[in-house]
Design a protein around this ligand. Structure first.
Ligand SMILES: Cc1cc2nc3c(=O)[nH]c(=O)nc-3n(C[C@H](O)[C@H](O)[C@H](O)COP(=O)(O)OP(=O)(O)OC[C@H]3O[C@@H](n4cnc5c(N)ncnc54)[C@H](O)[C@@H]3O)c2cc1C
Length: 433
């Protein structure tokens, strides 16, 4: 990081180096303020491709970039790796694991966490997918289960080891289910002697009437068909009643499965709950004003998944990467204008309006659905669009190159490189992953 020369400049503290925080820093003019970006991880993570790490398609380093490396030579920028534990909105101070930081402006871009809808005890048996550690845990769980099945003499236990249940039929659940069906049927099917991985049962459970509920119904139906073609059993309109070691109960029926993955709920990062006197939505997101500031605190902005807003067009802003990046840009421009001497009251600040560039989900090799400004695509064309968009938004040339190489390799060889099992200390621990 470049030496900090701006001690007398106003100080902006940014909590979170995710899509919103990184975009804020990128867009903010480097000479107007001193910025400290603080994150409990040392890297920016491209969450849309996490499922590919979980399903052995990509390696962890392909989708993460060290924050220090991204902003290498930028002046007036400090990077701190630490967890923020408290925010004092009156004293204008942030407390982190190793100290305190005073701020003139604060940007809360702490993102979200997996939510188990009031059942945190399910987390032990059904990992969510939010961080690299989560993705590696899921990959280990699946690969270790198949290793166990290979030598398991008891047919009931062997079947449980070869059962995968994904809870939640949104984009993450659909992508994980498609990728796991493909992994077991077209990649791992050649690797084992005693078991046939193409017999692995992959079930996708969705509480609502259709998968991908945020997409038009025709694309939901199309996604369902593409999943079923890959061998995924799609169960809609059924609710999970409990999750326990070795299985779960769905609509009164017990399912034995050693591999249960939670893709059902997202809540805001817990730090939002430590803000005294600030109104939160269900799930903990901060209800922000149209300019993205926190009510009563014009120097504090909340962005991305940590914020809840109905935008200037009267539409709720979705919890997606594009929205987080656009919010980062909006807040950066607002603060920069103020620091340049443009005086407008919080109510007079420009309101945020989300520009929806479309949504997409991929369903394994050569299959996807995309809704781009009302234009619906499915199958191979949607998959090509998905591929290009994800490559475009990945941070860093090395990542783009490495991901493109991995995808080309898997496309032509039906193999996946990232299948090494790590983090297993001994024979007995293989099941718990
Ligand atoms: C598996 C998965 C797939 C997804 N797929 C898509 C997709 O295909 N398309 C799409 O548009 N969106 C997708 N999303 C959603 C998208 O990733 C999020 O909307 C986006 O990351 C939100 O950006 P953010 O900046 O608000 O938060 P994040 O990107 O989550 O960043 C928050 C950062 O804050 C840090 N942080 C949190 N709490 C603290 C603390 N107390 N102290 C210090 N640091 C802290 C975190 O470590 C993290 O780096 C997906 C999400 C997931 C989990």
């Amino acid at each position: 990081m470049a030496e900090n020369t701006g001690a007398r400049l106003p100080h902006i503290v940014v909590i979170g180096a995710g899509f919103a925080g990184m975009q804020f820093v990128r867009e903010f003019p480097g000479d107007l303020a001193r910025i400290t970006i603080i994150d409990r991880q040392n890297h920016h993570l491209f969450q849309p491709l996490l499922y590919q790490v979980a399903t052995a398609g990509l390696s962890a380093v392909d989708i993460a970039q060290p924050v220090r490396a991204v902003f290498g030579s930028r002046p007036n920028l400090d990077v701190i790796m630490a967890e923020v534990t408290a925010i004092d909105l009156v004293a204008k101070r942030v407390t982190h694991a190793r100290g305190e930081l005073p701020y003139d402006y604060l940007v809360i871009a702490a993102g979200g966490v997996t939510s188990y809808f009031g059942h945190p005890e399910w987390e032990r048996f059904a990992p969510g997918l939010k961080s690299l550690d989560d993705a590696l845990r899921i990959r280990r769980l699946i690969l270790c289960s198949l290793e166990r099945a290979e030598t398991e003499p008891d047919p009931v236990k062997r079947e449980a080891a070869m059962n995968i249940v994904i809870i939640g039929g949104g984009p993450t659940g659909v992508e994980v289910a498609g990728a796991l069906a493909e992994l077991t049927r077209t990649v791992l099917n050649r690797d084992f002697d005693r078991i046939d991985p193409s017999k692995v049962r992959v079930r996708l459970i969705q509480g609502g009437p259709r998968v991908l509920p945020s997409f038009p119904p025709e694309l939901s139906e199309c996604a369902r068909r593409q999943l079923e073609k890959l061998g995924v059993e799609v169960l809609t309109g059924v609710r999970v009643e409990s999750v326990h070691e070795g299985g779960l109960v769905v609509a009164g029926e017990a399912i034995r499965a050693d591999n249960v993955i939670w893709a059902a709920g997202v809540g805001a990062a817990p730090i939002t709950r430590r803000l005294a006197g600030v109104e939160l939505e269900r799930g903990g997101a901060i209800r922000v004003l149209p300019d993205l500031s926190v009510p009563g605190h014009p120097a504090v902005f909340a962005l991305g998944d940590a914020a809840a807003l109905t935008d200037a067009n009267g539409l709720p802003v979705p919890g997606v990467a594009q929205a987080a990046m656009q919010m980062g840009r909006h807040a950066a421009l607002t603060i920069a204008r103020e620091l340049r001497g443009e005086r407008f009251s919080p109510a007079g600040r420009p309101p945020f309006a989300y520009r929806d560039k479309g949504s997409m989900a991929t369903i394994g090799r050569s299959a996807a659905v995309a809704d781009i400004r009302g234009r619906q695509l499915s199958g191979f064309p949607a998959w090509i669009v998905w591929l290009l968009v994800h490559l475009l938004f990945l941070v860093g040339f090395r990542s783009k190159f490495s991901v493109l190489l991995s995808w080309t390799y898997s496309y032509f060889t039906y193999r996946r490189g990232a299948r090494i099992i790590t983090g297993v200390s001994g024979e007995g621990s293989a099941g718990s992953a």
